[in-house]
Design a protein around this ligand. Structure first.
Ligand code: DAH
Length: 294
């Protein structure tokens, strides 16, 4: 502009203004058009077809172990039991010693487990819950204690290094073997059916005296003998007995005044019998094709 003559300046100035105006109009028009294109594309991509059927959320089912455990809890709560829970990482004292299984006793062999330290183990049974409960409650005691237990077993169709047990404990004045038999028979029949045949067999456990194992007539053959019961006609389902006086005394309960009974069984075995499941590994593999059936 500096080099233009005074006559030329207004002419060129006016032209420059016109060009600027033109360019700015063009740019505005392009901006508006681009905004519309973006908006159109967005609307197209977000289109909802309200005539399409909706997606149903998949609802899971309870694990068969949880299902049967819940049923069992309902039954025993109806019989006046309370549910107790305790640690899976346990002192040797609770898992063995207080249950009358001293160090180096051969009864430890069958329950070899995972050691965290010399005196701390992953519990090999739910029986230590008997001690916890008797240390913290005074009789009358009526509890069941379900939970995980650990043993250094190799995995196969009937063994797993981790499985569930349910412990039961009743302590009061005047509890006898008759109470044990009556309670367990009622319990077993409410789980397996009223017509189930039940058999008590003498056995040995360190923490009960006398002790017994309980068998039911084979669910598969009804007692004739088949591959499920290995020809025996009976299937062992639990261990039980009258609480050993030493165990009561270990928990500060006078065995001259009180007595009690205890029982313990494996949840997996119970559920396998109930639903005709022949491989324990199915419980832990979480295959939905298996789990969906319950
Ligand atoms: N704890 C035992 C086991 O794992 C089972 C058992 C037997 C529990 C007798 C009891 C009992 O309470 O009285 O083999």
């Amino acid at each position: 502009m500096g080099r233009l003559s005074p006559e030329e300046r207004p002419v060129i100035g006016a032209m420059a203004n016109e060009i600027r105006q033109f360019l700015s109009n063009e740019i505005d028009a392009k901006k508006t058009e681009m905004a519309r294109i973006i908006q159109d594309a967005k609307l197209k991509s977000e289109v909802v077809d309200i005539t399409m059927p909706g997606k149903k959320p998949e609802i899971g089912t309870l694990h068969p172990l949880t299902k049967v455990l819940n049923e069992f809890k309902d039954i025993v709560i109806g019989m006046g039991f309370q549910i107790a829970e305790g640690p899976e990482v346990e002192y040797d004292y609770y898992n063995f010693e207080a249950l009358n299984i001293p160090k180096n006793h051969p009864a430890r062999d069958t329950q070899d487990t995972f050691y965290i330290e010399d005196n701390i183990v992953l519990r090999s049974q739910t029986s230590p819950m008997q001690i916890h409960v008797m240390e913290s409650q005074k009789p009358p005691i009526r509890i069941i204690a379900p939970g995980l237990v650990y043993r250094s077993d190799t995995v196969d169709a009937t063994h797993s290094p981790v499985f569930h047990q349910i412990e039961g404990l009743v302590v009061d004045k005047g509890i006898t073997m008759a109470d044990l038999k009556g309670t367990l028979e009622t319990l077993i029949k409410s789980i397996y059916g009223e017509s189930t045949k039940v058999r008590f067999r003498p056995h040995h456990f360190q923490f009960t005296e006398p002790s017994a194992e309980v068998d039911v007539a084979c669910f598969s053959c009804g007692g004739k003998g088949c591959s499920v019961c290995k020809g025996e006609g009976w299937i062992e389902i639990l261990g039980c007995g009258m609480v050993h006086p030493k165990v009561l005394a270990n928990c500060g309960i006078d065995p001259e005044v009180y007595s009690g009974f205890a029982f313990g069984f494996g949840l997996e075995r119970l559920v396998m019998g109930r639903y005709d499941i022949n491989d324990l590994r199915l419980f832990f593999e979480n295959d939905v094709r298996f789990l969906k059936q319950f």
